[in-house]
Each structure stands twice: as C-alpha cells, then as structure tokens.
Design a protein around this ligand. Structure first.
Ligand SMILES: Nc1ncnc2c1ncn2[C@@H]1O[C@H](COP(=O)(O)OP(=O)(O)OP(=O)(O)O)[C@@H](O)[C@H]1O
Length: 289
C-alpha cells in the first residue's frame, strides 16, 4: 500500500542568506547565513537566540517583508514573494502600533476591513477575539490608555481576526509582566489546540520551553541547535526522583543502595526549587481571580 504524501509544511526556509549593504566604504553585514528550517502544520516552533542573531530578519523573510539575498522561504507551499502566501498568516510584530484615538473594537474593525472582512462576520469575529484575549471589558476604551500587556493581547486579537492557519509572533511577551505573559502563553497553547501553526521568537526561555514543540537556537545568523524541546533539554544519563513525605529511614536506605551500586553516583539530594516566576505569581496573585 502506498504511503499518503507528507503534508505541505506550514513554513520552509531553505538556505536563507540576508546581506545588508552598508554605506560607501563600510563592510556589508551578513544578518542570516545559509539558514534552513521547516515548521510542520499544527506545530509551535520557537526561534531563540541573543539580540542581533537574525531572528527578526528570518521572520521578515518568511512574511515577505524583505527579500532574501540568497535562498527561499515558503508558507503553506507558496513562495513568500507571492501576496497569496500571506492570506493565511497572522502577524504580531515586536511593538505593534495602533491608532491611539481608536478603541479596541474600532481597532479590530479597522484591521478586519484591511483583510476584506465586513458586516456581521467582522462584528462577531471582532467581539469573539476581544473575549478570547480578555479585552471584552476594555473594548470601548481608547487604545491610548491600554497597558503594554493589553496592547500585546490586542495585537494577538488583530493577528487572529481573519482566521489564519499560521501565526507569527515576534517577542509576544516583551515588556509584559509575568501574569500578563502567562495569559499570552495560555493563548498560544489554545492556538495549538485549534490546530493553528505558531512561529514565535522570545528571550524568555522558560516560557518557550513551556509552549514550543520544537526550537531552533540561532547565533550570528546561523542555526546552532534545533530539535524537540523535551529531547534538547533531557540529560540522558540522569534520573530524577522526587519523593513526598519520605522518612529519614527511607532516604538512608536509598542512599545505602546507591552506595552499593558499582556505576550509579548520587549527584544531588535536597528540596526541589520552584521557579522565581512561579513564586512571583503566587505572591502577587489576585485572590479574586
Ligand atoms: N535593515 C537593516 N540594515 C542593516 N542591518 C540590519 C537591518 N536589519 C537588521 N540588521 C542587523 O542584522 C542583525 C540581525 O538583526 P535581527 O533584527 O534579525 O536580530 P534579532 O535576532 O531579531 O535581534 P533582537 O533579539 O534584538 O530582536 C543585527 O546585527 C542588525 O543590526
């Protein structure tokens, strides 16, 4: 029996190189060098790397916002150079800009009309997206008064408005406090449940670890490591054992057995630590929520 053909990848980047030309007498700068990656439909793929490593340049090439010097990128099988490749893509830029005098609902109506949405479909979808991103109560407030976290969530609502199959998020939690970041993280996990493909960059590695299926680690415009998050972070020859209410006798017995083993070595014993993020959230949690 013949195998069904593999699904068309949501994103492909093939040998992408981007050289920025400098002014007269200055050296050209290679922002991305021979980069290749694929994102499969339904996957959450994270691009991580230090400032200036080429993440935004890669995303812009995928979105057709800049032309590669060499190599090519596709979205659902269509070259990023074709306008049609962007129809099913939602984009949240690093610092989304909105007209300050519009309120949240008017902002979504404005963007919806840019995507040829109109009438009841746009009205209903805008309300639905405001509810999804927790901005229902702020829908008639001017965007000028929105906090950084609210602006990012409005950006997400805008990116999702036209029901894209892929959303591209550039630093979606930059400048947002931990509770707001967590809301955005939960929204990303919700997209995944709906089968929406997500390509995201962030410096918050712990959050990337929580939401991404696979990550690519970039440095100096190149891919340094890539793989499934669980495989990349597993320390293969270590075993973790977390016990609750273990008696001193039990611990002594475990230690005795380990000391008798010819190969195993106890590297650490003690109380597991929570993360600073979790501690912060617990300490600042609003009891009403
Ligand atoms: N239009 C441009 N002209 C010249 N150089 C550029 C241009 N855009 C980006 N660069 C340079 O290319 C390199 C990669 O930039 P890019 O914005 O892709 O990095 P990044 O990984 O997204 O960084 P950050 O995490 O700070 O957003 C940087 O050194 C940047 O200065």
């Amino acid at each position: 029996m013949s195998q069904p053909p593999p699904p068309t990848p949501a994103v492909t980047v093939e040998n992408l190189t981007k050289v920025f030309k400098a002014g007269l007498g200055k050296k050209a700068f290679i922002a991305v060098r021979e980069l290749s990656l694929q994102v499969q439909p339904g996957e959450v793929y994270g691009l991580i790397g230090p400032n200036g490593s080429g993440k935004s340049t890669t995303m812009k090439a995928i979105l057709g916002l800049l032309s590669p010097t060499r190599g090519k990128t596709t979205v659902f099988g269509k070259s990023s150079t074709e306008v049609a490749s962007r129809r099913e893509v939602g984009f949240l830029p690093e610092n989304p800009y909105f007209y300050k005098h519009l309120n949240g609902l008017e902002t979504l109506h404005f963007y919806g009309r840019l995507c040829s949405m109109s009438g009841k479909d746009l009205q209903d979808r805008a309300r639905e997206m405001l509810a999804l991103t927790g901005l229902e109560d702020a829908s008639d407030r001017r965007v000028a008064g929105y906090s950084k976290g609210m602006l990012q969530r409005l950006g997400l609502a805008q990116a999702l408005l036209h029901r894209p199959r892929l959303i591209v998020l550039d630093e979606p939690t930059a400048g947002v406090d931990p509770a707001g970041s967590r809301k955005i993280r939960d929204l990303i996990l919700g997209f995944k449940e709906q089968g929406i493909t997500v390509l995201v960059t962030s410096h918050l590695l712990e959050q990337m670890q929580e939401v991404c299926d696979r990550v690519g680690i970039m440095a100096h415009g190149q891919m340094m490591r890539e793989g499934r998050v669980d495989e990349l972070i597993a320390v293969e020859n270590h075993t973790e054992l977390v016990l609750e209410d273990a008696s001193p006798e039990l611990l002594t017995e475990i230690n005795r057995l380990i000391s008798q083993d010819k190969r195993a070595k106890l590297l650490h014993q003690g109380h597991p630590r929570t993360t600073l993020e979790r501690l912060f959230l617990e300490a600042t949690e609003d009891p009403k929520n």
